[in-house]
Design a protein. Structure first.
Lengths: 323, 295
């Protein structure tokens, strides 16, 4: 059919029109290609330029970058306390946010009728649009003073009990690892919810109907049909939430307490990688600044690895669902 | 939409423990939602209650006073100006580039390896912490030039770019192929088809996605810390000299011991939340009224 439209002499089916490439058309393609490549260029530039700026830290400390002591006054820049703080706070955030997020995702996909699902999604979207700094402001001025009392109660209740005392004992104020973890949990709930929901939505209706037809209750249907199909994708969603929690800066910077300590006490003030960058960068220069940028490089590396794994898992399970 | 009731036509209703377990599971799901609503409501009530007291026309326009000043002195005028300049510039850079990138992914790259790589990395890039973007622009721009609103816009633009690419890509995918084929059949080139047929067909979704990206960017603080160097004076020139923004002022005031500064932080927080909500509502309206193809 298309042969007719082509200029005479051009061979091959379906070619003529698309092969007639005026200059403007090719330029447009190149411009779009350039815009697409920008993503790769920016990612490479982030890695290269920040690593360059952090080089003095890497060369001065060597493996000492993972040392325990962070003391700008004596030029000691070991990042372990911040890596520890990031790990603890994001672990707390994930442990609290994941059951809630998956619960809401199941509520939206399997329980409530469509006309109720929309307002619920609106509420989750509202949660996502509250800026980090507003969470931080509320966290430090309202939430932390309030939860400090609860910490004190818990601490006096567990005083003397071996393991619990180490975890929940000796709170100093509301600003702590645990407070930061709670605030981070609020902040990552929307993304974990929406990704879990996407994954759960790909479960074939036939599987679900089959389970119901066998007389399963809704819970049994979820266990037997939804869960096996979507657990991979949910793991991916959880990892993405973990990546967000690790990189979340301002809220953590305000409520974590800013103290470079490694302790098992969850109610004690600590510090995390993004928080220390935000709080100390202004007064830093020389190796100090290089160390802070270096923390950013480590953070970039950690989050890229987690995101690549998570996206690969989510992408694969989504493809399985649509196939 | 048909009404889908939660009840399934079971021939035999589940009984006893099985039924109880099912009920417990349903209740737990509702509890999960309530657990999310409670903090959200608390945050919004606090922000509105404490912010509304200080908000007035003067608050939006007056210069930022020194921290110890009482709440009724000055305002956050320079921060509002800075936010509009910086977010505006970031939008001007990120939205066109993001749309073009998405056009490459969807119209030119197709399922080729390069397009798949770019799409995948755009997803990964949405997970890059915002503070890393700030450090990146500090390393590549601020060290060579200086602190400026434009540097902040670059950092926000880097954060918005993958978001815009992804949302636009989703919308372009929804444009039916017969539309493209129809215009090819009329002899149009690919660029013309894309610009005059595909983009207009998807414009509602694209604008809506961009508005959501703006709503997010307006609230970002971390990428601005080392790019605009929060100051208190108004700077209408985003290309030269340090600047300020609403979230930066909130961050600076949040740890202040002075109640006047804290009050201004709440007022600024209310302003910021309202701006973000307005963009979100605008996105909803655009979606509802101008989207031709949706999932």
């Amino acid at each position: 059919m298309t042969q007719q439209a082509g200029p005479p002499g051009t061979a091959g089916p379906a070619r003529p029109l698309s092969q007639r490439r005026p200059f403007g058309d090719r330029t447009f393609q190149l411009i779009t290609l350039g815009a697409g490549l920008l993503v790769l260029v920016i990612l490479v530039l982030i890695a290269v330029t920040t690593t360059q700026q952090a080089a003095p830290w890497f060369s001065a400390e060597g493996w000492g970058i993972f040392g325990k002591t962070w003391n700008p006054a004596t030029n000691q820049f070991g990042a372990l306390a911040f890596i520890y703080g990031t790990a603890i706070t994001s672990a707390i955030a994930v442990i609290m946010a994941v059951p809630v997020s998956v619960g809401i995702a199941l509520l939206l996909t399997e329980v409530v009728p469509y006309r109720w699902a929309r307002p619920i999604v609106y509420v989750i979207d509202l949660l996502a649009v509250v800026p980090s700094v507003v969470w931080g402001l509320w966290g430090i001025l309202v939430f932390a003073p309030w939860i400090a009392k609860i910490y004190a109660h818990i601490a006096s209740a567990v005083a003397g009990i071996p393991v619990l005392d180490d975890l929940f004992g000796s709170p100093t104020s509301g600003a702590s690892f645990f407070t930061a973890g709670i605030i981070l949990a609020f902040m990552i709930t929307p993304i974990v919810t929406s990704l879990s929901r996407e994954v759960i939505a790909t479960v074939p209706a036939i599987d679900k109907e089959g389970a119901y037809a066998l007389g399963a209750t809704r819970l049994e249907m979820i266990q037997g049909a939804v869960w096996p199909h979507s657990k991979g994708g949910i793991v991916g969603a959880v990892l993405l939430g973990l990546g967000r929690a690790m990189g979340e800066t301002i809220a953590a910077a305000l409520v974590i307490g800013s103290s470079a300590t490694i302790t098992s006490h969850l109610f004690a003030p600590g510090d995390s990688m993004p928080a220390v960058i935000a709080n100390q960068f202004g007064e830093a220069s020389g190796t100090f600044r290089a160390a802070l940028i270096g923390l950013g490089v480590l953070l970039f590396a950690f989050t890229i690895i987690i995101n690549v794994i998570a996206r690969a898992i989510v992408g694969r399970s989504a493809e399985q669902g649509s196939a | 939409m048909a009404v889908i009731t939660g009840q399934q036509p079971n021939l035999q209703e589940a009984k006893g423990w099985r039924r109880t377990k099912n009920r417990i599971a349903t209740v737990l799901m509702v509890v999960a939602f309530v657990l999310v609503v409670i903090p959200l409501v608390f945050v919004l009530i606090t922000v509105v209650a404490r912010g509304i007291k200080i908000i007035s026309w003067q608050f939006f326009t007056a210069p930022i006073p020194p921290s110890p000043s009482p709440a009724d002195v000055g305002g956050i005028g320079p921060a509002i100006l800075g936010t509009f300049l910086i977010v505006g510039l970031a939008t001007l850079m990120a939205v066109p580039l993001g749309v073009l990138g998405a056009i490459y992914l969807n119209e030119y790259g197709g399922k080729g390896p390069l397009a798949r790589l770019i799409g995948f990395m755009a997803d990964v890039m949405t997970g890059v912490p915002s503070i890393v973007m700030g450090l990146f622009i500090f390393s590549i721009w601020v060290l060579h030039f200086q602190f400026s609103g434009f540097a902040g816009a670059l950092a926000l633009g880097c954060l918005m770019l993958p978001v815009v690419i992804r949302s636009t890509d989703e919308m372009l995918k929804l444009v039916p192929n017969p539309l493209r084929e129809g215009s090819y059949a009329l002899g149009a080139t690919k660029a013309r088809v894309t610009i005059t047929v595909v983009l207009p067909a998807a414009i509602g979704g694209i604008v809506s996605g961009a508005l959501l990206a703006i709503a997010r960017a307006a609230g970002e603080t971390a990428p601005l810390l080392f790019t605009i160097l929060t100051v208190t004076s108004a700077n209408p020139n985003p290309f030269s000299g340090p600047n300020t923004s609403i979230p930066s002022q909130i961050f600076a005031n949040a740890t202040s011991p002075f109640t006047g500064a804290q009050d201004r932080a709440w007022g600024a927080a209310l302003t910021l939340v309202v701006i973000a909500f307005l963009f979100m509502i605008a996105a909803r309206i655009v979606t509802a009224r101008f989207t031709r193809y949706s999932r």
